[in-house]
Design a protein around this ligand. Structure first.
Ligand code: ADP
Ligand code: MG
Length: 340
């Protein structure tokens, strides 16, 4: 049979793109929470059931979407955050690819309730496999509620690759922890299978977030990181060396407020702990690296957890110095404690 070259139908193309953005329940939570952050919300409630497969509900008090724009928001490459290709080199929002909502609604049942401050009432839409139904007027507060149900029910291959509910819930909890750490100014309320897991105050204090997500033992054993060199600002906290672990799950790195995975930066930070932490143990830290937007490319991967830096070597040195400095703070405070 002769196979003709043809452009894929939007439905198939969406499902392929969906596989990259909506890889598993935690990736859906990440996209929805990032949208809430971009909408300027300072209160975000996340509720999941059965590892997010049965239900993911994200409610925010952000700016909402004007009713007539909601159907467009669910189209692929539809975004309010990027206009020209040049904007790609100066990204200040978490999202910009305009792929999340279209991807999610290709693989799940989605409902949205949204209201802008200007609108008198809110609207409710049911999105069925990418197609927005009729709008219903609904009384609600300003902001947006996204409800995602039966994730991957129409993608059996993806469903099979998911781990058990408790493992998927674990990934979501880990993500929620890091999102809360990345935005101490936002109050995050996280509920898993009907049980409240944590609620941060949104008072802007990272140590208070650490107290809520990791507990008192952590909050009492941290030292601030506050460093500036060559246009790069590094803030956050490091844990005292005795607060160390058998793996890196308690290490968090943000670049311009975005949670990223970068083993090189983690290793550089660990290097600064050398001789203080036992071999095979990993220290605790939350590092927020702020670089000028043009020095970092976040458009490397659809999930945006990998980034590229313009001047890697220099950045690694700065991270090292920042952590070393904070370590020095620990030493000084311990010496003071010894003297008194
Ligand atoms: P992106 O975030 O890359 O722009 P998305 O598919 O995630 O793409 O969202 C599409 C658009 O829908 C966004 O650009 C934004 O205008 C709007 N939107 C999505 N979620 C929200 C929300 N919670 N509050 C306000 N607007 C939203
Ligand atoms: Mg988005």
């Amino acid at each position: 049979m002769e196979e003709k070259i043809h452009v894929l139908s939007p439905d198939v193309a969406d499902k392929i793109a969906a596989g990259e953005v909506a890889e598993r329940p935690s990736s859906v939570v990440k996209e929805l929470v990032e949208n809430a952050v971009d909408a300027g919300a300072d209160k975000i409630t996340v509720e999941i059931k059965n590892g997010g497969i049965k239900l993911i509900r994200v409610a925010d008090n952000g700016k909402g979407i004007p009713s007539e724009q909601v159907p467009t928001a669910f189209l692929r490459h539809a975004t309010s955050k990027l206009n020209t290709a040049d904007d790609l080199y100066n990204i200040s929002t978490m999202g910009f690819r305009g792929e999340a909502l279209s991807s999610i609604c290709a693989v799940a049942k989605v409902e949205i309730i949204t209201k802008t401050a200007e609108a008198e009432t809110g609207v409710h839409y049911i999105v069925d496999h990418g197609i927005c139904g009729e709008a219903d007027e609904i009384a609600c507060a300003d902001g947006t509620i996204m409800v995602v149900e039966d994730l991957f029910a129409n993608v059996p291959a993806r469903m099979k690759f998911l781990k058990k509910d408790s493992t998927e819930a674990g990934y979501i909890s880990d993500l929620m922890t890091r999102l809360a750490l990345s935005k101490p100014n936002i109050s995050f309320d996280y509920i898993c299978d009907g049980k409240p897991v944590f609620k941060t105050s949104g008072d802007g204090d990272l140590t208070n977030v650490i107290l809520k997500v990791y507990g008192l033992k952590f909050a009492k054993a941290v030292m601030p990181v506050d460093y500036f060199e060559n246009g790069v600002k590094i803030s956050g906290v490091i844990g005292k060396p005795e607060l160390s672990f058998g793996n890196r799950t308690k290490q968090t790195i943000f670049v311009n407020g975005r949670y990223i995975k970068n083993h090189v930066i983690a290793k550089v930070a660990e290097e600064a702990f050398r001789n203080a932490v036992m071999i095979g143990k990993f220290p605790f830290f939350v590092l927020n690296i702020e670089v000028p937007p043009e020095m970092v490319d976040v458009n490397v991967h659809p999930a945006k957890t990998e980034v590229k830096f313009a001047n890697e070597k220099q950045l690694y040195d700065i991270v090292y110095h920042a952590v070393k400095n904070a370590m020095y703070g620990i030493k000084v405070s311990e010496e003071k404690a010894d003297q008194s």
